[in-house]
Structure formats: C-alpha cells, structure tokens
Design a protein around this ligand. Structure first.
Ligand SMILES: C[S@@+](CC[C@H](N)C(=O)[O-])C[C@H]1O[C@@H](n2cnc3c(N)ncnc32)[C@H](O)[C@@H]1O
Length: 277
C-alpha cells in the first residue's frame, strides 16, 4: 500500500490520527521536501522532531528523487506499506497525481489521508473561499527570465470581482549555474523563499509593463506568513503598505482582494495594517 499523507501546516502534531496510524505501520517513510515546508522546517532539528514524534526514520525526497526515483518507491509499495508525507494536503495546490497514476497503473493500492492546506487556511482572514478565482504562482524573476502569465489570470479574476491567491516561489536544491556548466558533481544554491514584499515588487513591475490597470499600489491585499503556526502573521492593507511590512520567516503567500461583502470587510478589519507593522 502507498499511503499519501497530508501533514497540515503547523508542526509535527498536525498530522491526523489516521495519518499517524498509517505512518506507524509503514516500513518506509518518505517526505516530500520541495513544494512546501512546515513552520519549523527551517530549523536544524525540524526533521528529527518529526522522526521522534512519528517514531520512524524519514527519508527526505527532493524534486530529483520524486521525479527520477518515484518508480523505486512505488515498487517498494507492492509488498510493503510505504508512507509519502506531504506538507499541507497532498492535493492542495501541488497535486501528486502523477505518483497516484503510476502507482495505480502498476496495481499498487493507494490511500490518501487529507489535511489542512494553504488553499483553505487563507480563509482565516475572512475572505470567502468560494469567492476566489484561479490561483496563481509567482516565480522569482531573474535578469533574463521574467515570466508574467499570472497577470492575465489576475486580470480575469478581478474583472469578475474575485479574490486571487498568489502562491510564492520556493527554490530549494537548485543546481548552481557553474556546476551545470562544469558537469560532474552538482552543487546547489542556498534555498530561497519568496517574501510578500518581493511578490508585490514584481507584481507592480508587471503592471507597469502591461499598463492595463489591473491593480496598483492602492489595491487591497492580504499578506500571510507561516499560516497554521503559533506565530502566523496576517496583515491586510494596500500593496504599497504591505510592501514594507516585515512578515518574518517563510512561508509567505498573498491574496489580492476582489469585491467584498460587508462581513468579509468586518473580518478584514481585525488584520488591518497599522503604521507599526
Ligand atoms: C505548492 S503550495 C503548498 C502545497 C501544500 N501541499 C498545501 O496543501 O498547502 C506552496 C506555496 O504555498 C504557500 N504556503 C504554503 N504553506 C504556507 C503557510 N503555512 N503560510 C503561508 N503560505 C504558505 C507558499 O506561497 C508556498 O510557496
């Protein structure tokens, strides 16, 4: 059996009882470590906390491993119970559909254990979840690569009065340019997680380039950091206001607010930007 288990967003204790039971009975436990991270995942003992609580060694599965060696993990699940842990929900934002399809094609049974995802945790700010349009991803711009396909999607959402959830880039285990050119053993860049501030800077740059007045410095947004953890931070304000707020450690995401209902407004008031933010 291949168990695909959501860990939720906070810490090791956010796993569900059903998820924990599946981990305990699995002979091998892998953890997906490139599309998200638990709030404590940045500390050196983050993984050992998980291992202590679950009573099992955990094999970190980076993108290369999931893409290149998923076959081995699926083979193991033919005769053993194997757990694949995913921060958030296994099908929240990133779907692990490819893994499911490959496992099922080989006749391996798959069981999914759901959990909270960033996709629903943003509901805490009071904006109604059924009042969102298409979610967009904002990638880190480089000197030569500044993709902005998110702009048309935000435009569509805003023309319909809908809110837009912007998920922000995570760069982990990116090979350095030098090591790619040289060949041989790969060396990696330090991990990078996009902040609300960088996201807004890039969004405003793209607005300036296209000039369709889809949004601007005065557009209402909500910035979120470390949702689901004890020190989660949520601030509602204009793009200009949020651009200077220090949201602290990752992960961050941003919502561009569409048309609002009075009850949504009332909830947002609790998180309103104050000059000391
Ligand atoms: C691919 S999505 C997360 C998928 C995950 N499986 C889930 O269900 O939440 C990753 C992006 O979501 C956002 N995100 C994830 N967890 C977050 C959190 N706890 N607080 C704020 N943003 C978060 C970040 O922008 C991050 O880059």
């Amino acid at each position: 059996m291949l168990y695909i288990i959501g860990l939720g967003l906070g810490d090791e204790k956010d796993i569900t009882l059903r998820g924990l039971e599946a981990v305990k009975k699995s002979q091998k436990v892998y953890m997906e470590a490139y599309t998200s991270l638990l709030s404590f995942g940045l500390s050196a003992d983050g993984l050992s906390n998980l291992e202590k609580f679950y009573g099992k060694p955990i094999i970190l599965a980076d993108r290369e491993m999931v893409e290149e060696k998923a076959g081995d993990m699926i083979d193991e699940a033919i005769d053993n119970d194997v757990a694949f842990l995913v921060v958030g929900d296994p099908f929240g934002a990133t779907t692990h559909s490819d893994l499911v399809v490959r496992a099922k094609t080989l006749g391996v049974k798959v069981e999914v254990v759901h959990n909270a995802s960033v996709m629903n945790a943003v509901g805490i700010c009071g904006l109604q979840l059924y009042h969102y349009g298409e979610t967009v991803s904002i990638p880190f711009f480089t000197e030569t690569w500044r993709p902005d396909s998110f702009y048309e999607k935000i435009k569509k959402n805003r023309s319909l009065g809908l809110h837009t959830l912007c998920l922000l880039d995570i760069r982990v285990k990116e090979p350095t340019f030098e090591s790619l050119c040289r060949g041989g053993k790969k060396q990696y860049e330090p991990p990078r997680y996009m902040s609300v501030n960088t996201a807004i800077e890039q969004l405003l740059e793209v607005e300036q380039k296209h000039g369709d007045s889809v949004y601007g410095e005065d557009t209402q947004c909500v910035g979120f950091a470390r949702l689901g953890s004890e020190d989660q931070t949520i601030v509602a304000g204009t793009m200009k206001q949020l651009e200077s707020v220090d949201f602290g450690a990752p992960l961050h995401c941003l919502v561009i607010v569409g048309e609002t209902h009075p009850v949504e407004e009332e909830m947002l008031e609790f998180y309103k930007y104050k000059s000391g933010n």
